[in-house]
Design a protein around this ligand. Structure first.
Ligand code: SIN
Ligand code: FE2
Length: 226
C-alpha cells in the first residue's frame, strides 16, 4: 500500500514515531487501557483478510442523520455492520450498498479482539460486529458515544493501523474535558464497564505516509452489538 513519499511528511511521521510508547498496558480510565503495540504481531495475518473483506464490502462515505458526509470512510464485517443514513444510525445484517450480508468476521480479527479484551480484564468477549474506518489525512471522528449496541456489558476493542492519530477520550458528558491519547500502528484501546459509554473521537489525521499502510489510518472497532 506504500505510495510515493513526501520527505516532509516522512520527517513528521518519524517525529511522531519517536513518541511511540514501548509495549505495555497503559490505563486511561477505571476500565480502559491502551495496549501498546499489541496488534503488531498480527498485522501480516490481518492485512490479507482485510483486503478480502473490503473487496466484498468496499469503503464508502456515509451521510449522518444531520446531513453531514462523514470524513472517515466506513465498512464492516461480522454478523452486524454499523451504518448511518439520513434516517438514523443503526446496526444492520445487510450491507446497504450491495444488499448482501456483510463479509464474515475473519478468524484472525476475532481472535485478536478477544485476546485484547481478556488482557484488559474483559473475559468471554464475543464480538459480532467489526467496524472498519479509513481516515485519510484531514479526516476525523467527532466526539460520540458508542450506544447503538443492544447491551453495554461488552467492551469496545479498537485496533489502530497506519498513520498515527490523537484519540480523544472524554467523559460521560460531551462537555467533559477529553484526554488526548496518541495512537500508533499496532496499538489497541479497550474500554468497557463503567467507561463503556464515554465520549470519544479522533482529531484530524496529520499528513504522512505510513511505511506499511501508506497515506492512511485504518481503525477496526469490535463490539457486541446484537
Ligand atoms: C470510532 O469511535 O468508531 C473510531 C475510533 C478510532 O478511529 O480510533
Ligand atoms: Fe466510537
Amino acid at each position: 500500500m506504500r505510495s510515493k513519499t513526501d520527505p516532509g511528511a516522512t520527517a513528521d511521521l518519524f517525529a511522531d514515531e519517536a513518541l511511540q510508547q514501548p509495549p505495555g498496558r497503559e490505563q486511561i480510565g477505571e476500565q480502559s487501557y491502551v495496549l501498546r503495540g499489541y496488534a503488531l504481531p498480527w498485522v501480516e495475518r490481518l492485512l490479507p483478510e482485510l483486503r478480502r473483506v473490503l473487496a466484498q464490502s468496499p469503503f464508502r462515505q456515509m451521510v449522518t442523520p444531520g446531513g453531514f458526509t462523514m470524513s472517515a470512510a466506513l465498512s464492516s464485517c461480522g454478523e452486524l455492520g454499523w451504518t448511518t443514513d439520513p434516517t438514523g444510525y443503526r446496526y444492520s445484517a445487510i450491507d446497504p450498498n450491495n444488499q448482501q450480508p456483510w463479509p464474515p468476521m475473519p478468524e484472525a480479527l476475532r481472535q485478536l479482539a478477544v485476546m485484547a479484551a481478556a488482557d484488559a480484564g474483559f473475559e468471554d468477549f464475543e464480538p459480532d460486529a467489526c467496524l472498519i474506518n479509513r481516515y485519510v489525512p484531514g479526516a476525523k471522528m467527532s466526539l460520540h458515544q458508542d450506544k447503538n449496541e443492544r447491551r453495554y456489558a461488552a467492551p469496545v476493542v479498537s485496533v489502530s493501523l497506519g498513520l498515527p492519530a490523537i484519540f480523544l477520550f472524554g467523559g460521560h458528558e460531551r462537555s467533559d474535558t477529553a484526554q488526548k491519547v496518541s495512537l500508533f500502528h499496532g496499538d489497541v484501546v479497550v474500554w468497557g464497564g463503567v467507561d463503556r459509554l464515554r465520549f470519544h473521537g479522533v482529531m484530524p489525521i496529520k499528513p504522512g505516509t505510513h511505511p506499511v499502510m501508506g497515506p492512511q489510518r485504518i481503525n477496526l472497532t469490535f463490539r457486541t452489538a446484537g
